[in-house]
Every structure is written in C-alpha cells, then in structure tokens.
Design a protein around this ligand. Structure first.
Ligand code: RNT
Ligand code: ZN
Length: 415
C-alpha cells in the first residue's frame, strides 16, 4: 500500500477525510510578495531602502527588472502547490514613456506588464502603495506629516494606487486587496502622540473618500509596533488601526513581525473576526525583532493556520507572505515560506477539530492535550506529498536540486 493510502486510513480512524481536506486546501490562495525577489528594490532606482526596513545578505542573482522578477516568480510557481496570487508594490511600476511619472501620477498602464502576465496565468494581483524609499518620505513622516504638502503628495499616491488596484481587479476578474502600511514615527520620545494620529485619520479619510468598486478592490491597514528609526513612536499603531479600520469598514492587516516578540497574532484572529468581516495577514518571521526572516513551519505559523481553519475563515482571512531575505536563494525563500504556510494549513485541516472542541466543552482537558500531542506525529507528510504530486510540483526533498540548477543556469548570468 502506498504511503498516502496508509495515511488516509490512519486519518479516517480519527474521523478526518483526507480527500475532503485536500479539496478544501486547494481553494485557499496564498499571495506571494514580489519584493522577496529583489530585496524590496523596485524599479525606480530610488537608492537605499528606508522607512525602517532592512534587507541583509547579498546572495547572487537578485532580479533587476520586471522580466527577471516575473521569470523568477514563474519558476517559484513550479515549486509551490495550490492557488497563488502576487502582491505588488507601487515601486514595481514599469512606465513605458520617457518621462517617469511621480508616485502620485502612477496609473494602471504603468503596470501593464504585470497585469498581462497575471492575466495569462489567471491569477489575481494584490497591491501596496509605497510610502518609503522616496525624497517626500525623507522626514520619516508621510500621511501623518505636519507638512501639508507632504501629506497631500502621499494622499494623491494613495488615491492613485487604489485606482490601479481597481483596474487590476477589473481586468483579472479577481478582487485586489490594497494594503496600506506607512513608516511614520519618531526615533525618540514624542511630545505629542495624538497630533500625528489625528492627521493620519484625515489623510486616510481623504484617500478612501474616492469611490472605488468594492468588487474590484478592498483595502487593508497594517499596524506596527516600531521600526528602525521609529523606535519610540509609530503613528499607525495596532490600537490606531483597530479603531480606524473597524469604524470605517476596512480590513485590518496583522503582520506577524509587528508585535512584541512573544506576542502572537494567532490569538488576535478570533477576536477581530467577531467585529470584522475580513482580515488580511502578513505572514512573516521576526527573530528578536521585525527582521522579516523567511517563514518556516514553526509553532507560530501553525497556530495562525489553526485559527483560520478551525473557525472556517478560509474565505475571510486573506493570507499574504511578507519577508525579505537576501542571504539565501530568493526563489527558495519564496518556496520555503509558501510551502510552509500551506503545510501549516494542511496540518490544521487534518486535526479532528470537532472532537477537540467537544472535549473542551465537556471539560476533558486531558483528552484535549493528549489528542493535540498525538497529532504531532500523525502522517501529515504523506498527505502533503500527495497534494504536491497532484499539483504537479516536487515533494519535499525534491526541489532543492531544481533551485541549484536554476541558480547555475539563470541566476549566475545576472552579473
Ligand atoms: C513593513 C511592513 C510592510 C512591508 C512591505 C514591503 O514593516 O511589514 O508590509 O514589509 O510593504
Ligand atoms: Zn507587512
């Protein structure tokens, strides 16, 4: 008997149908962040990354333009099972004319190569205005800046981005999610912690006043605890966006690296989903700080997946990856994180959720803990390999060689 058949029988014994699980798993799309492919450089030749973001490592073969980035994504897709989306940032515009548009002048045409590419592959795109790595963001403040001209510039950028996202959604017949993250904050102790937040409310309200077709684009807002250079104060804190997003009918975006190091976003999901219809996640991995390490199958990721799966939030919690590691093969970083995230979802789906909840309700905490421990050695890998095989992608242990040969054939040429 093959491994999958044995696993199927074993899971049946605990009341789980692996075929149903595989069908359910295959309906969840993961949004792959384009910026892992080029260390968040973008195509503007803007110079150094800032906004408190930092990429370390100089592994050879970074994508230097749209074609290289799309080729790398295509290759990554051959390593990642299941439905995918791609998450773009405004700095990935590829304007065709001689005159480069300002970020406040960008239009959907500037993203034609990515739109065509996504249409060919029948995948959806997500989007992000880029409020960093730009002279108008040099003060460390954008939408909450005390300088009206600065605020206005970024408001125009926000509006332009939502229109671009709307065009993505329309063209691809696949609703885009536009995520707003701003770097605004202070390195040192703030004298007035409220004024920037008031300005941020006004700026956001102005951006969202622009009517956009909800079927084509919806917005999320991402908080942060601190960044490099904004250690003492961040305008867009978690509490700020909780209040703002919930009062404006917008989505909150929880980034797993944006909280205290021992604070997990997994436990926030059940609370937020009682007050909101949808949620965006940026799955990342902080090591000591918001270091954006490649996501791996750790307890945190498993806990996040369990929350999504146990509460049947498959269509309501949108999962995007967000990290940038330049010290390892960048395509492998995509594959490691995306495979781990899907494997975490599969693992969660293979657990006897109903039985666990029943035990808990009855106060059988012994049974609950024993069952959870038993799950750790159940033959998940056999089901995972079967899923990969059916999706036509390599199983664990098979894809490293593919990475190595792409590195030799394609990345080595990029000098
Ligand atoms: C920054 C946020 C944000 C960015 C991307 C590039 O701390 O996590 O999501 O990583 O927009
Ligand atoms: Zn993020």
């Amino acid at each position: 008997m093959n491994c999958y058949k044995m696993a199927n029988t074993r899971f049946q014994e605990i009341g789980v149908d692996t075929e149903k699980v595989l069908a359910r798993l295959d309906k969840i799309a993961l949004s792959l962040h384009c910026w892992q492919g080029d260390d968040v450089a973008g195509f503007e030749n803007a110079g150094a990354l800032d906004g408190g973001l930092a990429v370390t490592g100089n592994h050879p073969g970074r994508a230097r333009n749209g074609n290289e980035l799309r080729a790398d994504l295509d290759f990554a897709f051959t390593l990642i099972p299941g439905p995918k989306r791609v998450n773009l940032h405004a700095i990935y515009a590829e304007p065709s004319g001689k005159k480069k548009p300002g970020r406040d002048e960008l239009t959907a045409d500037d993203f034609a190569p990515f739109m065509d590419w996504a249409a060919d592959r029948r995948i959806g795109l997500d989007f992000n205005p880029t409020f960093f790595a730009h002279p108008m963001a040099a003060s460390g403040m954008t939408l909450s800046s005390p300088d009206k001209a600065v605020r206005k510039y970024w408001i125009r950028h926000g509006i332009a981005c939502r229109k671009i996202a709307e065009a993505f959604g329309k063209r691809l017949k696949n609703c885009c999610i536009t995520n707003f993250w701003i770097p605004d904050g202070y390195k040192d102790i703030a004298a007035d912690r409220m004024a920037p937040r008031k300005r941020l409310i006004e700026s956001l309200d102005e951006i969202f006043a622009e009517k956009i077709d909800q079927k084509c684009n919806r917005d999320s807002l991402e908080s942060k605890l601190f960044g490099i250079g904004s250690e003492s104060y961040v305008t867009g804190s978690h509490e700020f966006y909780m209040g703002y997003a919930l009062s404006r009918g917008k989505m909150i975006c929880l980034d797993s690296g944006h909280f205290h190091p021992t604070e997990s976003i997994a436990d926030k999901i059940s609370s937020l989903m009682l007050f909101s219809n949808e949620l965006m996640l940026h799955v990342s991995r902080g090591v000591r700080w918001d270091s954006d390490h490649a996501v791996i199958l750790n307890d945190e990721l498993r806990a996040i997946a369990e929350e999504v799966v146990r509460h049947q939030l498959d269509n309501k919690v949108h999962i995007g990856l967000d990290y940038f590691d330049g010290s390892i093969n960048r395509i492998a970083a995509w594959a490691i994180g995306a495979r781990a995230t899907r494997l975490a979802l599969l693992t969660a789906m293979l657990a006897p959720a109903k039985a666990l909840a029943e035990m808990e309700k009855k106060g059988d905490f012994t049974g609950r803990l024993v069952t959870m421990e038993t799950m750790k050695t159940m033959p998940v890998q056999a089901v995972w390999n079967e899923y990969c095989r059916r999706a036509g992608v390599p199983t664990d242990g098979e894809w490293l060689e593919m990475i190595r040969s792409y590195e030799k054939k394609t990345l080595a040429e990029r000098k």
